[in-house]
Design a protein around this ligand. Structure first.
Ligand code: SAM
Length: 270
């Protein structure tokens, strides 16, 4: 791979490099890197240099760098690392793909840990914004009688179903539907044919502003004493969520932060 590396930003040299035949440009560490198929005539006063770098197989590099993620009693791994799941850990195999939720984001990991801290055997769990289905699948692995994942984005549902199948998790224990919660929660969101009065656990990895809006709905979906697990919350916006939950009469609020302090997870009880 042939690269012309020049100090500065794209603002300084963009037109010149395109006109000289660059096939790609990027800014990195105070330099512009312009990719060329062959050397071009460039003004000496630009002050750049030609570099030959080894071609990278990005897919292979991505696969090589990916690690299995341990989150409490669950280990989430891509198919090619399934053998790395330690004895005694509950495996979730997820092919990184179209939907959010491979366990590599701190929020997914924290929510999985929070689920893993509970005794879910025989419980009902609602996962709002299921993405890849990871949290609903984790709940099913941890023994939930019913784990129901919903998502506003219809593209996620077939992905979640395929992931579930790959893990040997099927209806009626684990189900997915396109959908969301009404703001008031007056209408209970439940899988067809299930006569539920509410859920033992509601988990949602969304974002602070949406959690604040959905707080009454979360409360309405919880059985008395039920557990609420919310993440996707930037630490700086935490107050939005905790205030809304207090108003919505969710008690026993507890907060955990990701290692880098950027993300928060809030748990509470109905
Ligand atoms: N649950 C997965 C996890 O923890 O990794 C995925 C979380 S991802 C950050 C958020 C997901 O919520 C996306 O798949 C998005 O489509 C979905 N979503 C966003 N707003 C939603 C809403 N109002 N109702 C339901 N799903 C929503």
């Amino acid at each position: 791979m042939l690269i012309y590396r020049v100090p500065g930003s794209l603002d300084d040299s963009l037109d010149l490099l395109w006109e000289a035949g660059a096939t790609g440009l990027e800014e990195r560490g105070g330099f512009v890197r312009a990719y060329f198929e062959k050397r071009a005539e460039l003004p000496a006063d630009l002050g750049g240099e030609w570099l030959e770098e080894e071609d990278q197989d990005w897919q292979a590099a991505f696969k090589r760098d990916l690690k299995a993620v341990v989150a409490g009693r669950i280990t989430i791994a891509p198919p090619w690392l399934a053998h790395e799941v330690a004895d005694g850990q509950l495996p979730l195999i997820i092919e990184p793909g179209m939907a959010f939720g491979t366990g590599h984001h701190a929020t997914t990991r924290m929510a999985t840990e929070a689920l893993s801290d509970l005794d879910l055997r025989g419980q009902t769990v609602l996962d709002v914004g299921t993405g890849s289905g990871v949290l609903a699948m984790a709940a099913a692995r941890l023994g939930a009688r019913l784990a129901y994942g919903i998502d506003l984005d219809p593209l996620t549902i077939p992905v979640a179903r395929e992931n579930a199948e790959q893990n040997g998790l099927y209806p009626p224990q684990l189900r997915f539907s396109e959908g969301t919660l009404s703001l008031s929660g007056a209408e209970l969101c439940r899988p067809e044919g299930e006569d539920l009065a509410g859920y033992g656990v509601v988990v949602a990895n969304l974002y602070a502003e949406l959690h604040a809006l959905l707080a009454p709905s979360y409360r309405a979906h919880l059985l008395p004493g039920g557990h609420l697990i919310l993440t996707g919350i930037l630490a700086g916006r935490l107050d939005l969520v905790t205030e809304a939950l207090k108003v919505g009469q969710v008690s026993d609020l507890q907060v955990r932060l990701s290692e880098d302090g950027e993300w928060a997870l809030v748990t509470g009880r109905a």
